[in-house]
Design a protein around this ligand. Structure first.
Ligand SMILES: NC(=O)c1ccc[n+]([C@@H]2O[C@H](COP(=O)([O-])OP(=O)(O)OC[C@H]3O[C@@H](n4cnc5c(N)ncnc54)[C@H](O)[C@@H]3O)[C@@H](O)[C@H]2O)c1
Length: 316
């Protein structure tokens, strides 16, 4: 298959590309404006790279031409910033996705897989969350992802494009150095010998999905007939205290790990994790990496990366 990956230079994209190339069956092109990703992270792979913006219709038309499938990862994924600047988030995530779908429709693309999100779309919902729950996004970012899912569904029904929305949980892994997510943040602080700040008592629960499991799931899903919405998570609830214990195991006893406690942050969802039985059944999704194993692989990557990379500003 000839596959276009939008946002392929980002954290998930740069892990996905080697997975897509692994079987030798696919020809990969990437469209990315490098607003948060870096071409350098995928420069070693045999891909066709376009540095360009999703909002540029000429660039899009060229990028989708002749592609059998699109994996749409490009987004403004900054939840907090979307509250300060909802319009910018809307333009990239909603208008950008709409323009991509229109370009794909004109070009006759038959398959589109979209990177959506579970927690930000559903907001406060009883855990474990699943695909049938009513969406009540709490941030413009969550709303933008929900709107884009709506357009994917509509383009599937109206134009026969096989569209699939995959709702990711909290993804972690190698190459997450520009992410502000908890595991990347904690590993960077450990390397800088800074204390890890826990807001609250560590009882907050999340679903941490190793990026290796996620990219295997995405690569497998592209060839499946399935359409609609599916959650991709680990399917495991993990409290912050359990995460810290797993990190301690993954990094070994010799790395100092200081923890400081601060009050709970207002507005933070306390407990969310995913029921992934639908993805297991229909997509054959099987996240088999244990938390400690995934953390050890991530930690090994963070340790070997150079200081300049580690000090890159956090974008997302
Ligand atoms: N990382 C997670 O835990 C997580 C969880 C749920 C959903 N997602 C979704 O998965 C996707 C990938 O996330 P990520 O963590 O790799 O984020 P990322 O920021 O590392 O990657 C996004 C990529 O898109 C590119 N991009 C942004 N705006 C663009 C534009 N207008 N035109 C072209 N390229 C553009 C960026 O340069 C970057 O390389 C996003 O859609 C995100 O919302 C991620």
């Amino acid at each position: 298959m000839k596959i276009l990956v939008t946002g392929g230079a980002g954290f998930i994209g740069s892990n996905l590309i080697p997975e897509l190339l692994r079987t030798g069956e696919h020809e990969i092109s990437v469209l990315d404006n490098e607003s948060s990703g870096r071409f350098a992270d995928i420069a070693d792979y045999p891909i066709d790279f376009t540095r360009g913006d999703l909002l540029d219709e000429d660039v899009l038309a060229q990028a989708v031409a002749g592609r059998d499938a699109i994996i749409h990862l490009a987004a403004d994924a900054r939840v907090i910033d979307s509250i300060a600047d909802p319009r910018r988030n809307f333009e990239t995530n909603v208008v950008g996705t709409f323009k991509l779908l229109e370009a794909a429709r004109q070009a006759g693309t038959r398959r589109i897989v979209y990177a959506s999100t579970a927690g930000a779309i559903l907001g406060e919902a009883p855990a474990p969350i699943d695909e049938t729950m009513v969406a009540r996004p709490l941030s413009p970012y969550g709303a933008s992802k929900l709107a884009a899912e709506g357009y994917l569904c509509a383009f599937g029904a109206a134009y026969g494009i096989r569209t699939l929305s995959l709702r990711f949980s909290n993804v972690f892994g190698p190459k997450s150095y520009r992410k502000g997510s908890v595991i990347a943040h904690f590993f960077k602080r450990l390397i800088a010998d800074e204390p890890l700040i826990v807001y609250g008592d560590g009882s907050q629960v999340r679903d941490y999905l190793f990026v290796g499991d996620l990219v295997r799931g995405i690569a497998a899903a592209i060839g499946k007939a399935a359409t609609g919405t599916y959650q991709l998570g680990s399917g495991r609830p993990t409290s912050l205290s359990e995460l810290l214990a797993a990190m301690r195991q993954a990094i070994g006893p010799n790395v100092p790990m200081r923890i400081a406690y601060a009050p709970f942050r207002a507005g933070e969802v306390h407990t969310t994790w995913c029921d992934i039985s639908l993805a297991r059944e229909k997509l054959g999704f099987d996240p088999s990496t244990s938390l400690v194993e995934g953390l050890a692989t991530t930690w090994a990557w963070f340790q070997k990366v150079d200081q300049e990379t580690l000090s890159a500003p956090t974008c997302v």
